[in-house]
Design a binder for this molecule. Structure first.
Ligand code: T4K
Length: 375
C-alpha cells in the first residue's frame, strides 16, 4: 500500500470543469434528433449571442480552437511583414504568425505583468511593422493603455492573444474589449471550456463578417467564395456545452479564487518563493493559473522543485519554459536572445505553475504547500 495517495492519483496542473452529464444529455438528444451537427447551427447561434452578452462585448465569432482564431484574425486584419510579440507564451502565439508567413519580432516582457514591455515594443517598431500581438499571460492584463496608445499613434493593428483571459474584468469591463480584436481559448485546460474551442472578439461589424466568412472557407452564399478561407468553425456539440458552461462560470471562477487565496496564505513568508501579486486595478481576475517564481533564495532551484513535486504526484508545469525563441524554428528570429530578452529569460528559468482548478479541494492545496516546504 502506498503512503502517498497522490502517487497513484496525481494532481494535474489543470482539470476541466464540466457540468453534470445529465444536463448535457438533453442537448445531445436535441442535436441527434435535428441531425444538425455543425455549420452555424442553432446552438452555435445561441452560444455566440449568449457569450457576447455575458462578456459585454459587441461581436463574438466562435472558433474550433484559439489557434485557428489567431490565424484568421491576422488575415482578416490584413497583417503583413513584421509583428511584434512576446517570447513568453505558449508556442501557438508565434506559430500563428509563421503559418501566415509573418515575421515575429520578439521583445522583452514586463517583470510584473509578464506581458509585453511597452518601451521594448516602441523600440522595435520599424517601417515593416504592421501589428502588435501581445498576450495576457495567465489572464493578467498587459499594459493595455500604453500598448493601445502606441498602436494608435504608429498606425499599427493590435491583436491580443487573450487565450487565458476569459472572465477577466480589468475595471473597465471585459479584458477582451481591447485592441482591434482579442482571441480567447476554450481548450479543456482553460477556465472556460467547450472541450476545445475559442472565439475572436471585435468591435467592428464588418470585421466580424469578414472573420465569419474566413472561418467558413470564404463563402458568402451557396455559390460565392470571396476569400481564401479555412475551416475553423465551432461545431454544435462544443456550442451546446458552451451554453451550459456559461451558467457555471461565475461559481467556477469564485472557487478558483478560493484556491488561489489558500495558496497565497500557505506560501506566504516562504523565502525564495514568490507568488505573483494580484493584478492591480483588476475587478475580477480568473485565476487561470497559479504561477510562482522560484529564486536563488529558495532551498532548491525551480527544476528540482518541479521534480520533487512530480515524484510525489503533484504535476506542476513550467509554463512558459523554454521561451518560444529557444525553439529551433525561432532561433533565427531572435539572435542573442539571452542578452536582448533578459527579463523573459530570467522569468522562464524561475516560473512554475502550481495546480489550480475549480474543484481542487482546499486540503489538497495544504498538502501541496507542505510538499513545497519539504523540497
Ligand atoms: N495562446 C496561448 C497563450 C495559449 O496558452 C494557447 C493554448 C493558445 C494560444 C492556443 O489555444 P488553443 O488552440 O489550444 O485553443 C495546454 C493546452 O493544450 C493549450 O491549449 C494551452 N494553451 C497550453 C498552455 O496548455 P499542454 O500540452 O501543456 O496540455 P496537457 O495536455 O499537457 O494538459 C495539461 C494538464 O491538464 C494534463 O496534465 C491533465 C489536464 N487535462 C488536459 C486535458 C487536455 C485534463 O484534465 N483533461 C484534458 O482533456 O497544452
Amino acid at each position: 500500500m502506498t503512503s502517498n495517495p497522490l502517487a497513484t492519483d496525481p494532481i494535474t496542473v489543470a482539470r476541466p470543469d464540466l457540468p453534470p452529464l445529465e444536463e448535457f444529455l438533453p442537448l445531445l438528444q436535441e442535436i441527434w434528433h435535428s441531425h444538425r451537427l455543425t455549420n452555424n447551427g442553432p446552438f452555435h447561434a445561441r452560444f455566440e449571442q449568449a457569450l457576447a452578452q455575458y462578456l459585454g462585448v459587441p461581436h463574438v465569432s466562435l472558433f474550433a480552437n484559439a489557434t485557428l482564431g489567431l490565424l484568421v484574425a491576422q488575415q482578416a486584419l490584413g497583417l503583413q511583414g513584421e509583428v511584434i510579440t512576446t517570447p513568453f507564451s505558449f508556442v501557438a502565439t508565434a506559430h500563428s504568425l509563421l503559418w501566415n508567413r509573418l515575421r515575429p519580432v520578439f521583445v522583452d516582457i514586463d517583470p510584473v505583468s509578464l506581458g509585453l514591455d511597452p518601451q521594448c515594443v516602441e523600440a522595435a517598431i520599424t517601417p515593416a511593422t504592421s501589428a502588435i500581438l501581445p498576450v495576457h499571460v495567465y489572464g493578467t492584463p498587459c499594459d493595455t493603455r500604453r500598448i493601445g496608445e502606441l498602436a494608435r499613434q504608429r498606425g499599427l493593428k493590435l491583436l491580443y492573444d487573450a487565450a487565458h483571459a476569459f472572465g477577466v474584468d480589468d475595471g473597465g469591463g471585459s479584458l477582451l474589449r481591447h485592441g482591434d480584436a482579442s482571441v480567447v481559448s476554450f481548450h479543456a485546460t482553460k477556465v472556460f471550456n467547450t472541450f476545445e474551442g475559442g472565439a475572436v472578439v471585435c468591435h467592428d461589424a464588418q470585421l466580424k463578417q469578414q472573420i465569419d466568412r474566413m472561418k467558413n472557407f470564404g463563402y458568402v452564399n451557396e455559390v460565392s467564395v470571396v476569400a481564401t478561407g479555412i475551416n475553423a468553425k465551432m461545431n454544435e456539440f462544443q456550442a451546446a456545452l458552451g451554453l451550459l458552461q456559461l451558467q457555471r462560470i461565475d461559481a467556477s471562477l469564485a472557487r478558483r479564487a478560493a484556491v488561489a487565496e489558500r495558496y497565497r496564505h500557505g506560501l506566504n513568508g516562504l523565502a525564495g518563493l514568490r507568488c505573483l501579486p494580484p493584478p492591480a486595478a483588476v475587478k475580477r481576475h480568473n485565476h487561470a493559473y497559479f504561477p510562482v517564481l522560484v529564486d536563488e533564495a529558495f532551498r532548491v532551484d525551480r527544476d528540482a522543485l518541479y521534480e520533487h513535486l512530480k515524484r510525489r504526484g503533484v504535476l506542476a508545469r513550467r509554463y512558459f519554459f523554454p521561451l518560444i525563441t529557444e525553439f529551433p524554428m525561432y532561433r533565427d528570429y531572435a539572435p542573442q536572445s539571452a542578452e536582448r530578452l533578459p527579463v523573459a529569460h530570467a522569468v522562464a528559468k524561475q516560473i512554475l505553475c502550481l495546480p489550480i482548478y475549480a474543484d481542487l479541494p482546499l486540503e489538497q492545496i495544504d498538502r501541496i504547500v507542505e510538499l513545497i516546504g519539504t523540497a
